[in-house]
Structure formats: C-alpha cells, structure tokens
Design a protein around this ligand. Sequence first.
Ligand SMILES: [Zn+2]
Ligand SMILES: [Zn+2]
Length: 222
Amino acid sequence: MDLISLIFPKTCLGCGREGKYICQSCINKLVLLKQLCPYCEKASTDGVTHIKCLKKLRLSGVFSIWPYEGVIRTAILKLKYKFAKEIAKELSEYMANYLKNQPIFPKNLTLTPIPLYFLRENFRGFNQSELVGEPLTKKMGWDFNSDILIRKRFRRPQTELKGKERRRNIKGVFSMNPSYKLQTTSYILFDDVYTTGSTLKEAAKVLKRNGAKEVWGLTIAR
Ligand SMILES: [Zn+2]
Ligand SMILES: [Zn+2]
C-alpha cells in the first residue's frame, strides 16, 4: 500500500465501504438499462439504430452501460475533480467486464473520446472521457486515438440547455483533425453521460462525412 492510500484510504463513493472507490455491491445495486434506438428512442436490442431510423450520417447505435444514478453518478461527477485517475481506472475495469460478455460492437474499432473545447480541457488539465476511454480501450483490444476530432468553437455547456437548444448549440462544433487519416472503418465515440444524444450524433456526422463506415456511441451512463 502506498503512503497516499494509508493517509486517505479508498472508500466507496456509494456506501463508504473501504477498499475501492466503486465497490461491486454498489454496482450490483444498479438496474439494467433498457437500451434505446438513439433516433426514435424506442426500445432496441443493444441500442442498435433501427433499420428504418438508420441514415447515411447516423450512428449505428449507442450503448450506455448504467443508469446515471447511485455510485455511477457520484463517480462520474468526481471524475472531473479529485482522484480522477484512480476512479477512471476502476470504472474502465467494470465497463470492460460488462462489455466483454456483450458482443455488441464490430471488430477493428477505434475509440475516440468526445473532445472538450481546448481551453476547458486545459483549465481542468484533462478530459474525463479520455481518462476512462484509454484504459477501457486497452482492455477491450481496440485502438485508441484522442486526436481525431477537434472541438472548434466555444459554446455554452450542454448541461445548461434543453433538447432543441442543445442540438442548435452543438451544430457544427466538431471538425476532423486535418492531420488524421481514417485508419479503420469503424469508430466508437465515447462520452461519459448520454442525455439527448445530440453531441454523439453531431460528432458521428463528421466522421461519416469523412469516410467512416460505421460509427457507434458508447457512454458510461444514461
Ligand atoms: Zn459501495
Ligand atoms: Zn429507431
């Protein structure tokens, strides 16, 4: 045990039990999320976009692992501040265990986290989706690349806005990094929380316009 963990023993963010930030029993308490088609929001196995909802620039599907509540909600909120790296590591382990039993995504994937606007990222020093996405990618045997998309302009944080406003606010906000050449045909856009899906949908359009064959969305929670 290192000195830091002796002084600040890890306790579960959900129940206070010592040992981890996220304990297995708090994870087990979470209900299974019903997966939805990201476009009509009706039930769909594994969150796959219905054939009738699938258009040229659309996501092939979005899979969210847990409901945004309990220990997961607290962990995601904490991810932006203290002990972020440690919490991210634990989250990525639980996610990989979950995903390994669910053959949802195609093979030969590149995972890219939804980028933050660079000033915001610098202020915080990191992108929380990158922090979870990178170790998760390793465990899943996918490729990781956080330099595919660029977030162009400063906009109001999506959390301050509702449905229609969110879509308008995010429109045209992403572009392709000019120095990146598409290497695989399938991509996973990774974000922490799925709300209206407008961020993932907008980012998917950019990848698809630039030649990606399939773009999936993956979030920790919804
Ligand atoms: Zn717990
Ligand atoms: Zn649908």
